[in-house]
Design a protein around this ligand. Structure first.
Ligand SMILES: [Zn+2]
Length: 182
């Protein structure tokens, strides 16, 4: 089935999604990152080239190297609050730094995840520090991590979309955005 997508640019990053609400939420998450942690914000653009949001529900998402594309189902974007989404973008972008000469420097699992989760937690604490929260959030202990595992159809969908994207077979309309984010 042919799908149409919309896209916006945030600096060098392309965000692709099936609807405007999804694009807007990603743009908002980037504004939050820029406000809370400007140096981490800058790093994201070296690490991530495309954020690709699918039509599918469910919490599955996956980061592809060397393309630097993060695929996420729309529920990942819509069901999480802005702070969590912002922290997740930082987490996913960090995985790009763990990739050398065509493969990950560590086996999949705890060792690969721990530094990404630590960075994500650091951001959430920084955010809550600004807001004066008494108990800073940890990126651990969220249900998010459990929702991912057994959704093979999403993983297949991501690969299919990646192939279509690489071969320019997707219909993507580029949205204009305000000056302040360019
Ligand atoms: Zn991760």
């Amino acid at each position: 089935m042919k799908r149409n997508f919309l896209s916006v640019k945030i600096k060098t990053l392309t965000v692709i999604a099936p609807d405007v609400a999804l694009l807007d939420k990603i743009v908002e998450a980037f504004r939050l990152i820029r406000t809370v942690d400007p140096s981490e914000y800058q790093k994201i653009f070296d690490r991530l080239q495309v954020i690709f949001i699918t039509h599918k529900t469910g919490g599955t998402n996956e980061f592809f190297m060397p393309e630097k594309i993060w695929f996420a189902n729309k529920s990942v974007i819509m069901k999480n609050d802005l702070p969590w989404l912002a922290s997740l973008i930082i987490h996913e972008a960090f995985h790009a730094t763990q990739f050398k000469n065509g493969e990950y420097i560590l086996p999949f699992g705890k060792e690969l995840e721990e530094p990404a989760i630590a960075l994500q937690t650091r951001f959430l604490k920084k955010l809550e520090g600004r807001r004066g929260s008494a108990s800073p959030a940890s990126a651990y202990g969220r249900k998010y991590w459990k929702a991912m595992d057994e959704d093979a159809s999403s993983f297949a969908c991501f690969r299919n979309l990646l192939e279509l994207f690489d071969t320019k077979k997707l219909d993507i309309s580029v949205m204009k955005r305000g000056k302040e984010d360019r």
